[in-house]
Write a protein that binds this ligand. Structure first.
Ligand code: SF4
Ligand code: SF4
Length: 457
C-alpha cells in the first residue's frame, strides 16, 4: 500500500526538452562563475537541505524554518526561476508575478550561498530578478523609501531632533508608514545628534596626533548606518583603533549601496559601487586596509561589488575586496600577530553571548568576532546557534513580513537571549540584528567594538 507502481516513463517531465537550449538573460550582476543566471538556478539538485528545521541549526533557510512550507524553501525559489526563465514567453523573461510571490519571503540572508551543497545564491538571484521585474512594473514607493533612506537621513541630520520627532510621531508611524506598507509594531532607527564624519572632523586630528609618526594606518569605511544612526559605535571604533596604536583615516566615499542591492535597484547600486571604488583606490592597500563596522556594508566590497563591475573596474573591485575587512577580522589578525596585547584590556570577568550577522556567516566567518571578544583575560564568549535574526534589513519592517520576521527570531535567537542572565552581554555586529533583538526581547545588543572599547584599561 502507498507504493507508486504506475510511474510515468523516465523520459517524460524532464527539466529540459531535448534539443531546446534556454537563452541566458542579460544580467546586471555577473553570473559568469555559474555560466549564467539560469545555470545558477539550475544548480539546485533537489537535495532538500534547505528544508531543515531550526533544531538542526545553520542559517538556511529561515523562511522554511519558520513556516515549514515547501513554497518558502530555496529549492522552490530555484525551481520557479528555472521554470519561467528557461522557457521565456515574454519579452522580459522576469516579468512573472508568480516568481515575485515565491521569492517574496526570501530574506536575502545568503544562508544558501554558503550552506546549499550547490551554492544556489538566492539573494543574488532575487536582487537580479527584482531589478528586471521593476523594469516592467515600476519600483514601489516602499522599496524606494528603503533604498534611498540615506537621502532622508542626510536631510534629517541638519535638524536630527526634529527628524526624530517626526519619524516617531503618530502621524508618521500610524498613518504614513501604514499607508506605505510598513508595520506599526516597529519604530524606525533614530538619528544621532551628530554624524560620525562631523564628529571625526572635530576629534580625529587630535586622536591621531597622539600617535607616533610611523603608526600603522587604517581606512575606516563610514557606512550610512554608522554615520547617521549608530554614531556612538563609530566613535568607539575610532577611539579603540587609535588607543591600540592605529592611525585612522576616513577617506571620502558614498554610501555602501546595501539598501539598493537589497531592494533590487542594481543599476543605481552599480553607480554607487563604481564611485566608491574610484574614491578609495588611492587610499586602500594591503598595508592600509579598509575596515568596516557594519558587516552588510563592508562585505558588499567582497561579495557584490566585483559582481556589479566589468572589465578594468572588476579588477579594481577585486583588488579593493582583497584589502577590505570587517573591523573584527582586522583586530583578530592583529591579535594573532602580537600587535595587540592582552595587557591592554581589563582582567575583570565578563560573559558574552554572540549573535553573528547572517551575511558575515555566509561571506566571512564569526570566528574573528569570537576571537576578539574572548581576547581580554577572563572574557568568555559563546555563540548563539541562531541563523538569520529575522529582520534582514527592511524585511521585518514590512507589514506583511513582520509576523514571519518575529517567528524567525523566536526560532533560536529570542529564547537564547531571554534565558541569558541580565549581566550577560549580548553581542551583535549587525545593526538590523540589534534592532530585532531589542524589539523581540527588550535587551540591548552591543557591537563587538563597543565591548572591546569598554574593556580597555
Ligand atoms: S536549493 Fe540547495 S539545498 Fe535546496 S534543494 Fe536545491 S541544492 Fe538542495
Ligand atoms: S537567501 Fe536566505 S531566505 Fe533566501 S533562500 Fe537563501 S537561505 Fe532562504
Amino acid at each position: 500500500p502507498g507504493k507508486i507502481t504506475d510511474t510515468p516513463p523516465m523520459d517524460t517531465s524532464l527539466r529540459y526538452e531535448p534539443g531546446v537550449y534556454p537563452t541566458e538573460p542579460e544580467t546586471i550582476l555577473d553570473f559568469s562563475s555559474t555560466m549564467g543566471y539560469i545555470r545558477m538556478a539550475e544548480n539546485c539538485n533537489g537535495s532538500a537541505d534547505c528544508r531543515k528545521s531550526a533544531r538542526i541549526g545553520g542559517t538556511m533557510c529561515p523562511s522554511y524554518m519558520a513556516t515549514m512550507d515547501e513554497n518558502t524553501t530555496t529549492r522552490a525559489r530555484a525551481n520557479i526561476l528555472r521554470e519561467f526563465i528557461s522557457r521565456p514567453n515574454r519579452k522580459n523573461p522576469f516579468d512573472h508575478k508568480e516568481i515575485y510571490d515565491i521569492l517574496d519571503l526570501c530574506l536575502s540572508c545568503k544562508g544558501c550561498k554558503s550552506e546549499c551543497p550547490s551554492n544556489v545564491d538566492m539573494a543574488k538571484l532575487k536582487a537580479e530578478f527584482l531589478q528586471h521585474y521593476y523594469d516592467s512594473h515600476g519600483v514601489p514607493l516602499r522599496a524606494r523609501l528603503v533604498a534611498y533612506i540615506t537621502w532622508f537621513n542626510k536631510l534629517g541630520s541638519v535638524f536630527p531632533a526634529l527628524y526624530n520627532q517626526i519619524i516617531t510621531s503618530k502621524l508618521v508611524t500610524h498613518t504614513f508608514m501604514k499607508w506605505v506598507g510598513f508595520t506599526v509594531h516597529r519604530t524606525f532607527p533614530k538619528l544621532y545628534k551628530t554624524t560620525l564624519r562631523r564628529w571625526a572632523r572635530r576629534n580625529l586630528p587630535e586622536l591621531n596626533a597622539s600617535l607616533p609618526e610611523n603608526a600603522p594606518v587604517v581606512n575606516l569605511f563610514v557606512d550610512e548606518f554608522t554615520n547617521y544612526n549608530d554614531v556612538e559605535i563609530g566613535i568607539k571604533a575610532i577611539k579603540l583603533l587609535t588607543c591600540l596604536g592605529y592611525r585612522v583615516q576616513l577617506p571620502r566615499h558614498g554610501e555602501s549601496a546595501r539598501t539598493y542591492i537589497s531592494k533590487g535597484l542594481l543599476r543605481r547600486a552599480r553607480k554607487i559601487a563604481r564611485n566608491n571604488l574610484l574614491c578609495l583606490k588611492d587610499y586602500v592597500s594591503e598595508e592600509r586596509p579598509l575596515l568596516g563596522i557594519e558587516p552588510s556594508a563592508i562585505l558588499g566590497f567582497r561579495d557584490e561589488y566585483p559582481d556589479l563591475m566589468r572589465g578594468e573596474m572588476k579588477d579594481l573591485a577585486k583588488k579593493i575586496a582583497s584589502c577590505s575587512y570587517m573591523i573584527d577580522e582586522f583586530l583578530a589578525r592583529e591579535m594573532d600577530r602580537g600587535n595587540i596585547k592582552k595587557e591592554q584590556f581589563t582582567t575583570r570577568p565578563r560573559t558574552i553571548k554572540l549573535h553573528g550577522h547572517c551575511q558575515q556567516k555566509a561571506v566571512a566567518s564569526t570566528n574573528p568576532t569570537k576571537k576578539i571578544l574572548s581576547f581580554p583575560e577572563n572574557y568568555t564568549v559563546t555563540e548563539i546557534p541562531s541563523g538569520c535574526c529575522g529582520m534582514a534589513g527592511s524585511f521585518g519592517y514590512e507589514k506583511e513580513h513582520f509576523e514571519l520576521s518575529m517567528k524567525v527570531g523566536e526560532l533560536v535567537l529570542f529564547p537564547a537571549i531571554r534565558n541569558a542572565p541580565e549581566d550577560v552581554i549580548i553581542a551583535a555586529p549587525g545593526t538590523s540584528c540589534r534592532h530585532q533583538i531589542e524589539d523581540g526581547t527588550g535587551r540591548k545588543g552591543l557591537h563587538p567594538v563597543e565591548i572591546l572599547y569598554d574593556a580597555l584599561v
